[in-house]
Design a protein. Structure first.
Length: 89
């Protein structure tokens, strides 16, 4: 999985919760703080940059399953979207 645009389009609705999504994807809090400061808290830009960081070097390797798990986490709460993405990928 390495197609930023495909991931962005499929999950764009969650961008307002970008920080919680980033945490659920395993990004360090320090990294998310840097993103927030660099992007001046613009949620669209923050979400895009968080996805870029995740796609470049997450452990475990980025996958649709990992993304769906993050979306279903209690702090994110997008279970219907996760189910939809699971069916497609």
């Amino acid at each position: 999985m390495d197609d930023l645009q495909k991931v962005r389009v499929a999950t764009w609705v969650v961008r307002v919760d970008w920080h919680n999504v980033g945490l659920a994807l395993g990004l360090p809090v320090d990294t998310l703080e840097v993103i927030k400061n660099e992007q001046r808290e613009n949620c669209d830009k923050c979400y895009t940059q968080a996805l870029q960081v995740w796609l470049r070097g997450a452990n475990p390797r980025p996958s649709w399953n990992a993304l769906c798990s993050a979306l279903k986490s209690p702090t994110v709460g997008y279970e219907l979207l996760a189910k939809e993405l699971s069916k497609e990928h």
